[in-house]
Ligand binder design. Structure first.
Ligand code: MCA
Ligand code: AMP
Length: 505
């Protein structure tokens, strides 16, 4: 079984059902709609064209593309050919894109005219491995008339995705996700959250991350439900759609809930969310206050869940049982969790440790990085292999629910996007005059956390020029919001920077 099978089931049972609707608040009146039959036909046409262009099983194709129907169509086409989709965060700049294209040796880059300003920055070297850049806007010129691809045998163990996730080493690593991995998350969520064919999901989350792509789009397609895809989150439109019975499901990151709660506070009368079956939150911690205030304002309890790029979804509060604010609930079907101490021994409920997981949802390893892969797994006394999430957790003695307490590594999560300080620190040190840099997360009311930098400089540094430099090197969500200049960084006896002594956290 592979991922295309899931889509095929919906196609067979309800071909005329609306699968995908796309609308853009910035282009009023433009609405694109696809039934399952139409979506399938488009996928076949794209697959035939990609095959003709030379996409073969195992080839990597990077997507630098905003949310639009062609993202879903091309992705489904790629995976039915056994191709490997490599999504690229749309906010990435030249340096970040260069690394991904080189590391996975993408044969094709699928992009769009709207990304031209960034594409213009790319030089021949950035695209060295890329045989062809395909523009979705010009698809009619290369799609051709062939409507069916030659079938390719794609199995569960084959790769479907390489998703780059920020690395502790400063360079992002490609997590190799197989068809089976995605299937495990999708089937687990379909049953845990009681997905139905009648469901309609409003989906403004980026398709270049697991949350939007797998938890949102894949589950909806597998359920035979309707996806109302949007290019980005728009507060007014979201309240309008959800408040007028236009959806039954909404999945979001905490920043979006902060904004919804803020808006709902001042609204009278409150929108009518009576058709909404489920509001889910994940990707970053949702503060209990936001959870509780959302319930006071709407009468509905958010369901919080927890996942990772490497593992898909791991834990979830129950759909039918109590949803506890501040916890991520219990393992999803087919997922096993264990909390261990520094020696790898399981700790009893109530005691903090590192959360390990295993199950078919857990990825295959990091692309061409056997060392990192080996370091991320351990084998217990029974010979069972566990993935180290790096998340610190405790199992609540009374309920058995798991509470996440922080992270072993220095990850900063801003509005649902991950930032690894090391990458920013290395970049800052390439600016003339900066001798040392340490980046820490500072609390922020909207983004949850934002990066701030501590710099040791040789002489003066022109901060305006430094900010311009950072903007040219980093996705804007990674830009340090403040620079603090210090004589030296606090270090321990081993010479390691003691970040907990730097205000910010
Ligand atoms: C945008 N900006 C940000 C962020 N997003 N800054 C910090 N953190 C962010 N997350 C900056 C932009 O770079 C830009 O800066 C300015 O804000 C305005 O950009 P805009 O696109 O208008 O922002 P927005 O529409 O307000 O976006 C906020 C957002 C978005 C809707 C919360 O960030 C978002 O969709 N986040 C979801 C990410 C997500 O899906 N994460 C899941 C990954 P400038 O003007 O300087 O250029 S984790 C995952 O998949 C795991 C498995 C899981 O568990 O789910
Ligand atoms: P990523 O690798 O981008 O998929 O991010 C995964 C990380 O996001 C996890 O290791 C957690 O640290 C964090 N995360 C995801 N969901 C939650 C949640 N519900 N609460 C707290 N942290 C979360």
């Amino acid at each position: 079984m592979n991922l295309s099978t899931l889509f095929a089931i919906a196609l067979e049972h309800a071909p005329e059902k609306l699968a995908l609707e796309f609308a853009d608040a910035e282009q009023p009146g433009r609405v694109e709609k696809y039934t399952y039959r139409e979506l399938h036909a488009a996928v076949e046409r794209w697959a035939a064209a990609l095959q003709r262009i030379g996409l073969q099983k195992g080839d990597r194709i990077a997507f630098f593309l905003g949310n639009r129907p062609e993202f879903a169509i091309a992705y489904l086409a790629v995976i039915c050919l056994g191709g490997v989709m490599v999504p690229v965060n749309l906010r990435y700049r030249k340096r970040e894109i260069h690394h991904i294209l080189h590391d996975c040796t993408a044969k094709f880059l699928l992009t769009e005219a709207a990304q031209q300003p960034v594409l213009d920055e790319l030089e021949a070297d950035d695209l060295a491995a890329v045989e062809r850049v395909l523009l979705v806007d010009e698809a009619e010129s290369w799609l051709g008339a062939t409507v069916t691809p030659t079938p390719v045998l794609v199995q569960g163990e084959d790769l479907a995705l390489i998703m780059y996730t920020s690395g502790t080493t400063g360079r992002s690593k490609g997590a190799m996700i197989t068809h089976n991995n995605v299937l495990a998350t999708v089937t687990g969520l379909l049953s845990a959250w009681a997905w139905e064919r009648e469901d309609v999901i409003l989906l403004p989350l980026p398709l270049f991350h697991t949350h939007g792509l797998i938890v949102g789009l894949h589950c909806a397609l597998a359920a035979g439900a309707t996806t109302r895809l949007r290019p980005k989150f728009d507060l007014a439109e979201t309240l309008d759609v959800l408040g007028s019975g236009g959806a039954t499901l909404f999945f979001a990151v905490p920043t979006i809930y902060f904004r919804l709660v803020d808006a709902l506070r001042g609204m009278q009368p409150k929108p009518d969310f009576s058709r909404m079956r489920l509001f889910c939150a994940g990707s970053a911690p949702l503060p209990a206050e936001t959870h509780n205030e959302f319930e006071q304002l709407t009468g509905l309890r958010i369901l919080e869940r927890y996942g990772m790029t490497e593992t898909g979804m791991n834990f979830s509060n129950p759909y039918a049982g109590p949803r506890m604010a501040g916890t991520v609930g219990i393992p999803l079907p087919g997922v096993f969790g264990r909390i261990v101490d520094g020696q790898g021994n399981p700790v009893p409920p109530g005691v903090e440790g590192e959360l390990l997981v295993r199950g078919s949802n857990v990825f295959d390893g990091y692309w061409q990085d056997p060392e990192k892969t080996a370091a991320s797994f351990s084998t217990d006394a029974d010979g069972i292999r566990w993935f180290h999430t790096g998340d610190l957790a405790r199992q609540e003695p009374e309920t058995g629910y798991v509470t996440l307490l922080g992270r072993r590594h220095e990850l900063i999560i801003s509005g649902g996007f991950n930032i690894y300080p090391r990458e920013i620190e290395e970049m800052l040190c390439t600016f003339a005059g900066v001798a040392e840099a340490a980046v820490v997360g500072a609390p922020h009311p909207d983004w949850g956390e934002v990066p701030v930098a501590y710099l040791v400089c040789n002489g003066g540094v022109d901060e305006t020029a430094l900010v311009v430099y950072c903007r040219s090197q980093l996705a804007s969500f990674k830009l340090p919001r403040q620079f603090h200049y210090v004589e030296q960084l606090p270090r321990n006896a081993m010479g390691k920077v003691q970040k907990h002594l730097l205000p910010g956290r």
